[in-house]
Design a protein around this ligand. Structure first.
Ligand code: 26Q
Length: 768
């Protein structure tokens, strides 16, 4: 908490000293930069205190290759408790406060896993928990998505060109990371994480790699400029770019080096912190818990063992210390996404790490009869389970699958290690910041501050008057979104329409294709006059496809083709509009989520570990149209199943039919389904390279690497259509009843605050 007037005073001084301007004369860039600097000055004391308190008692570290923070300035002002006053002060000075939205959106993550890490830091700071985040400072974040014609094109995201105003370089804490044939310097950049209504300021420490010697002067003087900069580039390459693949991306030495630099620099830092506070090395596990965010930082395990043995600890004792220090979170059941590095590649990374992994493999075989290295490849997930005291999934159903499908052998040996921590999202960003109108409405009814404690919502009575007020807020948020869509996407979406929204990475298992085929089906029925009672509905789909993922890219082409067809067809465009929202990212989410009526969560049962977008949408008064999967299940149970539209086969049913499933038979039998699937090839959509045709083949015939319709799109098609129509009709026939469902979702969303999740990590895993 800081004083807004003092913050404003510093801001004015900085603008004057650096640019000779008053706030009203400042460019957006100047204003953003000066606000950040003033905030760092005002909160400097508190940050220093929190930082020095961190290692005094038992504490935890969250290592993650991704932290998707999103824009920081408004969120930081909110958490510092000065957002409203600063807006007033700046407005009074004649400055344009909307220009604060021109801040770069740091996209240092792919999707859910990276955003979860950012939500966790916000919650930990807000609840005064000693948690530090460790990640990498990529020069290029996730690519920017452009639509060229109908297709996705990627552009580099050089977010640092607009300065990162919230980072502080800590040269004094730089460490050296030894790689096979060279050594790099990892320099930490610290970002403050301001807790909400508390003086606690957490730290996100991001490593950037540099060459040990900026230039090799001997070479430089010899006129060998190229060679001189070679070393510099080789070092800087490591943190140059975030890998845009949230699926599998194996066999790349550069990615492996990224993971090792993150692991090594972080463990060196944590050991140094521990030793600085005067404790013996052997006490490390009593003071420190390290949470591994999926397998990406799992090399921290052999790295800790390396560092401990280097300091004289025996190999076996080091192993025991490691096992008492690490905890592991799994975020996916897809076998393709479980990292397995070839030992050959590991050999190119580091001889020492290679040797330690071989010893660990032997030890695991001896102790447990289970191997870590199979067919010359080390399974990072098996290593993590073996060497951790806690293993968790991210929603109840997923944590069961972690035990029964992913690691059944380990579960038999160490059942006590396995636990569930259902994900959550921070209500600071995902309610207060993105939806101040709804926040004010809820706050007027709540007993207590729901932004501090979202649990307050459960005390509010869901009456008709409040449901009506929610409907009005929704309309307002749709108007705002509609204006933004006009501006950024050039499309007209009337705010009188129902907003049906699916936003997430594009993946086969998330089934954007099911959504799109369903839209085509509705379109044809309306056009043929068979569906006369469809209320006006806008289908918004947003998300990025990994650049090498042809099918995901084909889905984008299909959605854009549908949009063109439908939006230009005057016989239906008063009833249906379609929009592929370009460049979905954190700041786009903040616009889209508050305006949604229907939240599309339609993954194949058993495939989505949890989902967190579903929680953000629920919190903002969208009703879930979803499968019995991931956290959808817990959402439905919290709000009441009667307040969601649940459809589709459940996991048990899919298991039972797995061997006999015959999508071709469904296709041949069902004319409606056939019409939709055939539109991929027969609706006249441009498809020069045959990507749409290949989508159809994947549904009906499969491919060498999978059976036809691996994700049961055809199987769920009919029940999806029925559920969606039921939702749309209810909205039309009884908007008050629909809004009551939405309201019950909002009021039940308290348990999906990441404050609850973090409290459970603190109590049940980290013991802090
Ligand atoms: C792996 C190897 C090489 C390069 C990249 C990767 C990689 C990167 C990111 C693999 C996976 C990811 C991200 C996974 C992810 O975001 N999973 C999501 O995690 C959310 C938070 O727990 C869940 O809510 C989602 O269900 C899950 O899909």
């Amino acid at each position: 908490m800081v004083n807004a007037k003092l913050l404003y005073r510093d801001l004015c001084r900085i603008l004057k000293a650096r640019h000779f301007v008053l706030p009203k004369e400042a460019t957006p860039h100047m204003l953003i930069e000066a606000t950040a600097q003033a905030a760092l000055i005002q909160a400097g004391d508190a940050w220093a205190k929190s930082h020095s308190a961190y290692a005094k008692h038992r504490h935890a570290a969250y290592i993650s290759a991704e932290f998707l923070t999103g824009r920081l300035i408004l969120n930081n002002l909110l958490n510092l408790g000065v957002l409203e006053e600063m807006k007033t002060l700046l407005a009074a000075s004649g400055a344009d406060i909307t220009c604060l939205e021109e801040e770069a959106d740091p996209a240092l993550g792919n999707g859910g896993l990276g955003r979860l890490a950012a939500c966790f830091l916000d919650s930990a700071a807000s609840m005064d928990a000693p948690l530090m985040g460790y990640g990498l400072k990529y020069r290029y974040g996730l690519f920017r998505q452009k639509i060229q014609g109908l297709d996705q094109a990627e552009e580099p995201d050089e977010w640092l060109t607009s300065d990162d105003n919230w980072s502080v370089r800590r040269e004094e804490d730089a460490v050296l990371v030894p790689l096979k044939d060279f050594c790099v310097k990892a320099v930490p950049y610290d970002m403050p994480v301001f807790g909400y209504k508390t003086d606690t300021v957490g730290t996100l420490r991001l490593w950037q790699t540099e060459s040990l010697h900026e230039f090799d002067f001997a070479l430089f003087n010899d006129y060998k400029y190229d060679e001189a900069s070679l070393n510099k580039n080789r070092a800087e390459d490591i943190t140059r770019v975030l890998y845009p693949n949230d699926w599998d991306d194996k066999g790349r030495l550069l990615r492996l080096r990224q993971e090792y630099v993150l692991s090594s620099a972080t463990m060196q830092d944590l050991i140094r912190l521990h030793e600085k506070s005067g404790r013996s090395l052997r006490q490390l596990p009593h003071f420190l818990a390290v949470q591994l965010n999926d397998t990406h930082p799992v090399l921290a395990i052999p790295e800790l063992i390396r560092l401990l043995t280097q300091k004289g600890v025996s190999f076996d004792y080091a192993c025991r210390m490691a096992q008492e220090t690490f905890a592991f979170t799994n975020h996916t059941v897809m076998p393709e996404a479980l990292e397995k590095w070839s030992m050959q590649l590991i050999g190119m990374l580091s001889d020492e790490i290679s040797a330690i992994l071989k010893r660990l493999d032997k030890r695991a075989k001896r102790q447990c009869g289970l191997a870590l290295i199979k067919d010359g490849r080390v399974s990072m997930a098996d290593l993590a389970v073996y060497m951790s005291f806690s293993v968790n999934g991210v929603a109840r159903i997923h944590s069961e699958l972690v035990k029964t499908r992913l690691f059944p052998d380990w579960y038999k040996l160490f059942p006590e290690r396995f636990n569930n921590k259902t994900n959550g999202v921070t209500q600071r960003r995902w309610l207060a910041l993105c939806n101040p109108e709804l926040t004010a409405l809820l706050q007027s009814k709540a007993d207590g501050d729901c932004i501090k404690d979202l649990g307050c919502l459960s005390g509010i009575k869901p009456d008709a008057q409040l449901a009506k007020a929610l409907l009005q807020v929704k309309r307002l948020k749709k108007q705002q979104l509609s204006a933004w869509l006009k501006l950024t996407q050039g499309v007209d979406i009337p705010d009188s329409f129902i907003f049906d929204i699916q936003i997430k990475r594009i993946h086969e298992y998330k089934r954007q294709l099911l959504n799109a085929l369903g839209i085509y089906d509705l379109y044809m029925d309306v056009k043929d006059g068979k569906l006369k009672d469809l209320p006006p509905v806008a289908f918004l789909i947003g998300g990025k496809a990994a650049p090498g993922y042809a099918r995901a890219k084909a889905v984008i082409r299909y959605v854009n083709s549908l949009a063109q067809l439908i939006n230009n067809d005057t016989s239906v465009n008063g009833k249906i509009r379609v929009c592929f929202v370009n460049n979905y990212c954190c700041s786009a989410a903040e616009k889209l989520i508050p305006a949604a009526d229907l939240s599309e969560q339609i993954s194949t049962a058993g495939t989505e570990a949890s989902g967190t977008g579903n929680m953000k949408l629920m919190m903002n008064g969208a009703v879930t149209l979803g499968t019995w999967d991931g956290a959808n299940i817990e959402i439905a149970q919290a709000a009441g199943e009667e307040n969601e539209f649940i459809f589709g086969a459940r996991i048990e049913e899919l298991d039972a039919i797995a061997d006999s499933y015959d999508p071709m038979a469904l296709y041949e039998k069902d004319a409606r389904l056939r019409r939709a699937v055939d539109s991929l090839t027969d609706a006249g959509f441009p498809d020069e390279d045959g990507a749409l045709k290949e989508l159809k083949t994947s549904l009906l015939e499969g491919a060498s690497w999978h059976k036809p319709d691996h994700y049961y799109v055809l199987k769920d098609f009919e029940s999806y259509r029925d559920a969606r129509l039921q939702a749309l009709r209810l909205y039309r026939n009884d908007p008050a009843a629909f809004s009551m469902m939405a309201l019950k979702n909002v009021l039940a969303s308290g348990i999906f605050s990441s404050d609850r999740t973090i409290a459970q990590y603190c109590e049940e895993i980290w013991k802090i």
